[in-house]
Design a protein. Structure first.
Length: 220
């Protein structure tokens, strides 16, 4: 019989457990100083369907050339594409990034506002990236659910949802607000290295006693 799931304790235990592992890409970039809403938005777009190991140096390469809407708008789409060509769908992303930079200059005087509706109005930007920007760059409590957050919280039995968007809505109704930003920061490395997609490391997992291991058929 599992103990009831104690989210405060889980956050504390997972915070300790993920310390040896690389940070989630967006948090790593923020620590390096790429923490403006625009930089976080562009880095998140670069990271879509791209491994962190690839998207981190790709974002750094673009930012070394241009890191504000004004600087990015002066590049051609082809130049942006060649700077981010290690990212998946780089040609489409380059056109979207260029369009976003131009719109920020035209409509927002060159400064991207911390506003969910604005972020979601841009091409290629969904709730995951919008919420990461709001959480990391703007300090607004917001939950970003990627595949790791989705898989882990469903395995815990904390939520029961069939897709990341549904998990996000379910978590919003029960996760205390003080954990809203941290849940992504913690569960991305936790999902990559401990509660892995295939054969999670349950035997050494710090939250095993309270986890329902929903859907886990084989583990280490
Ligand atoms: S006990 Fe297993 S399924 Fe549950 S969180 Fe830990 S690694 Fe994941």
């Amino acid at each position: 019989m599992n103990k009831p799931f104690d989210i405060d304790l889980a956050v504390k235990l997972i915070d300790e457990a993920v310390r040896p592992f690389p940070k989630a890409a967006m948090f790593e970039l923020a620590e390096e100083g790429f923490n403006s809403p625009f930089e976080q938005l562009i880095a998140c777009m670069i990271s879509i369907r791209t491994y962190d190991e690839v998207s981190l140096p790709t974002a750094r390469r673009l930012f070394a050339r241009a890191r504000t809407p004004a600087e990015v708008s002066k590049l051609t789409v082809a130049e942006i594409a060649s700077l981010i060509n290690t990212s998946t769908f780089f040609e489409r992303k380059a056109a979207q990034i260029h369009e976003i930079a131009l719109r920020i200059i035209d409509e927002y005087d060159g400064n991207l506002p911390c506003d969910s509706e604005t972020l979601l109005s841009f091409p290629g930007v969904g709730p995951k990236c919008a919420n990461l920007v709001l959480g990391i760059a703007c300090g607004q409590p917001s939950i970003s659910v990627d595949i790791h957050v989705h898989r882990v919280t469903n395995r815990w039995g904390y939520v029961k949802a069939s897709a990341p968007e549904k998990t996000m809505a379910a978590i919003e109704t029960k996760l205390p607000r003080e954990h809203w930003i941290d849940i992504n920061r913690l569960l991305v490395p936790f999902g990559k290295h401990i509660c892995t997609g295939e054969r999670p490391h349950c035997s050494t997992c710090p939250v095993l006693e309270m986890c329902q291991q929903v859907g886990v058929k084989d583990h280490r």
